[in-house]
Design a protein. Structure first.
Length: 291
């Protein structure tokens, strides 16, 4: 191996794994791109209010975006899901995904005309892959997979990648798309909670609540995001609807105060975010009552 080849290998941030995936829809066999770990590729930065871990660019590798490698996407028919569910699509879902193939490709290309899932992924492929996961979870049943909360999580991840696209390519309306997908996340997170509480769809199919990749904030993190997203992206134009929505968000947050003390799954930084959100909602509700 030449010196140039060694240097190029050392600078790689991803690779195509040897593991073979077989698409449940079109039976295409392919390999998934994976993020290389270690070597200073990921330098952890701050945690956002959405429990999103930001990363600092490294001198050697530049900016690295772990989320763009997560979705499993068939490069032929563009069926996509989280890895654990890729081979769990029921027969009726396979049929629906087959019928949807041309349309999901066309819809995706409206935003990203040149995406190619046979090549190493960039931000465009990352955002497109998460959008396809969001779309394709509509083909799963609700018995074991818990598709609704996964659609919420995927909507949020899609928004985060659009944030990165907006920073890299400002003025292309990626910020508007990021807000759109946050609103979708607000709907799916709260719809998933409603479905669980009514017994329609349990969340037992979600083993890792994330929402990001570095830490699992478990069920409590899901509740926090239900409330936070409702506060940020719920009803805002009608005063009565806004008040009712905030009261629901406050009730959700109040449950977190009864779920124990600081723990491995609930570090102090997370509990601080919970308290701040609770105080912020209380303040707005108090202002509304005084108006």
């Amino acid at each position: 191996m030449s010196k140039k080849e060694v240097e190029e290998k050392e600078l790689k941030v991803s690779f195509f794994s040897k593991k073979e995936y077989t698409c449940p829809v079109c039976r295409e066999v392919f390999h998934k791109e994976e993020l290389l770990s270690g070597g200073g590729r990921l330098i952890a930065g701050t945690l956002t209010l959405e429990l999103h871990r930001l990363y600092e660019p490294s001198v050697k590798y530049g900016k690295v975006y772990p989320l763009i490698y997560q979705a499993v996407v068939c490069p032929e028919c563009w069926f996509a899901s989280m890895e654990a569910d890729f081979d769990q699509l029921p027969p009726v879902g396979i049929e629906r995904a087959m019928l949807d193939q041309a349309r999901r490709k066309a819809d995706t290309r409206l935003l990203f005309p040149h995406v190619d899932f046979t090549e190493p992924r960039g931000l465009a492929e990352g955002a497109a892959s998460q959008y396809l996961v969001l779309r394709c979870y509509g083909f799963y049943d609700t018995k074991h997979i818990s598709p609704t909360i996964k659609q919420g999580l995927t909507s949020l991840r899609t928004a985060w990648i659009f944030d990165d696209l907006d920073k890299s390519f400002p003025g292309q309306h990626y910020d508007w798309l990021a807000t759109l997908f946050r609103k979708k996340a607000q709907y799916f997170y709260n719809e998933a909670l409603i479905r669980e509480q009514s017994g329609i769809e349990a969340m037992s199919g979600l083993k890792f609540y994330g929402p990001d990749l570095d830490k699992n904030y478990a069920y409590e993190g899901m509740l926090y995001l239900c409330a936070y997203l409702r506060y940020k992206y719920g009803p805002s134009h009608n005063a009565e609807e806004r008040k009712s929505s905030l009261e629901d968000a406050r009730r959700i947050i109040a449950k977190l105060f009864g779920m124990g003390r600081k723990s491995k799954d609930k570090p102090g930084a997370f509990l601080d975010l919970v308290r701040k959100l609770y105080d912020t909602i209380n303040k707005e509700l108090g202002t509304a009552a005084d108006a």
